[in-house]
Design a protein around this ligand. Structure first.
Ligand SMILES: Cc1cc2nc3c(=O)[nH]c(=O)nc-3n(C[C@H](O)[C@H](O)[C@H](O)COP(=O)(O)O)c2cc1C
Length: 385
């Protein structure tokens, strides 16, 4: 794995108030109804006239859209249009509306986020390494450079709620800004493969009805039951993508992938998705699974099936960069035309630049942006915007 060159020192900047726009000390429902919080909400409310002006240049092209910057927030932290409005105002030019489903879906019990402290001096976590298997310390001490674990279970409102809200979210995007709709299939008990595929098609269809310009399909959360990911099955991913693309027509389709260590396996996923033009982009990575323990070595998140959870933020940046670089190499070697969205541990403008150098067409930050509402502006400044 190519390692990230950025370590603890550059990110251990002045001890800013570590308040996230998604308040990890409140329930998901409270966040949905009352969020966003902290400077993210305050700035946008107090300085509406300073919200990113719409007279800016849009020199970046991404999946047919002209963008002010190729930077934004991936699926997850932007729960609804109140969050995406604030994110657009704060200069995050690509906002992914939180992953939705074909039906209402409950959130995992509180707490849903913990701070994570890998032992290595740079704070990085090796996927499948000893620490991920034996236990990484997780608690409520949030510090820079920030790494967290999130355990939500991909909750969703009913389509009757998220469809009009997604339309509201889109209407707030300025020139050079893009709202992406993310979805995933829902495997419920007794559902056979055909009905599971159909659930993806139906949900993509509901998204297409909103008029959203780009659709992302998440194959990298445990949508297949406990700890099982859809992207572990490239043949099924291929069947689903084909069925979804048949339904959504010209709307560009992105597939969100987990970290995949094996090149041959990754090649099979490339073959099943972007190689034949069914899929136009790959977004990667999602969180990296690890066993979470408290300071006594006990399971950190309460409840059955929550011994392992997904780690994101600083800890996973080398893995994200590694996936992007390997996908970029495959793209060149096979002479393929698709977009790469680099995600994982982007905490500042230099991380953004590193992902661009690795081959990302667009870059996104979830954990970094949650704890740094000015990150969009910093990236824009670094690009001279
Ligand atoms: C609070 C939170 C919720 C998330 N929910 C989703 C989700 O619903 N769908 C999805 O595809 N990824 C989800 N993710 C994963 C992120 O999109 C991203 O892939 C991952 O966090 C790595 O990026 P980061 O290191 O910048 O956080 C979530 C991440 C966070 C922090």
């Amino acid at each position: 794995m190519s390692s990230g060159t950025v370590g603890i020192d550059r990110h251990a900047d002045e001890a800013a108030d570590l308040q996230s726009f998604y308040d990890v000390r409140r329930s998901y429902e409270d966040n949905y109804r009352e969020g966003p919080f902290g400077a993210f909400a305050e700035f946008s409310a107090a300085h509406p006239e300073e919200a990113v002006e719409n007279t800016v240049e849009t020199p970046y092209e991404f999946l047919g859209q002209h963008l002010r910057t190729p930077f934004g927030i991936p699926a997850g932290p932007l729960l609804n249009s109140a969050f995406t409005d604030a994110a657009f105002d704060m200069g995050f030019d690509i906002c992914v509306y939180k992953t939705v489903r074909s039906r209402a879906w409950e959130c995992n019990p509180f707490p849903n986020v913990l701070a994570v402290h890998p032992k290595s001096s740079d704070g990085f976590l090796e996927p499948g390494g000893l620490e991920s298997e034996e236990g990484v310390l997780a608690d409520d001490r949030y510090e820079r450079p920030i790494s967290i674990s999130n355990s939500f279970g991909v909750p969703s409102r009913d389509p009757d709620v998220w469809q009009p809200d997604m339309q509201r979210a889109m209407s707030h995007a300025g020139i050079g800004q893009l709202l992406i709709g993310s979805f995933q299939g829902s495997r419920v008990s007794g559902m056979d493969t055909m009905r599971y595929i159909q659930d993806h098609v139906d949900t993509a269809s509901l998204l297409a009805e909103t008029g959203v310009k780009v659709i992302e399909m998440n194959t990298s959360c445990p949508n297949e039951g406990k700890h099982r990911l859809l992207c572990d099955d490239p043949a099924l991913v291929g069947r689903i993508c084909e069925a979804v693309k048949n339904r959504i027509g010209d709307i560009p389709l992105i597939v969100k992938l987990a970290y995949i260590p094996d090149d041959r396996f990754l090649d099979r996923l490339v073959e099943a998705t972007v190689a034949h033009g069914v899929v136009q982009g790959l977004a990667t990575i999602n969180t990296i699974s690890a066993r979470l323990v408290d300071s006594q070595g006990r399971q950190a998140l309460p409840g059955e099936g929550r011994d392992r959870s997904g780690v994101c933020g600083n800890a996973i940046r080398p893995s994200g960069l590694d996936m992007v670089a390997r996908l970029d190499a495959m793209r060149s070697r096979r002479d393929l035309d698709f977009s790469i969205v680099g995600v994982g541990g982007v905490l500042d403008a230099e991380d953004f630049a590193e992902y661009r150098r690795a081959g990302s067409d667009a870059v996104m930050s979830a954990t970094g942006a949650m704890w740094d509402p000015m990150l969009g502006r910093r990236v824009a400044n670094a690009l001279g915007r």
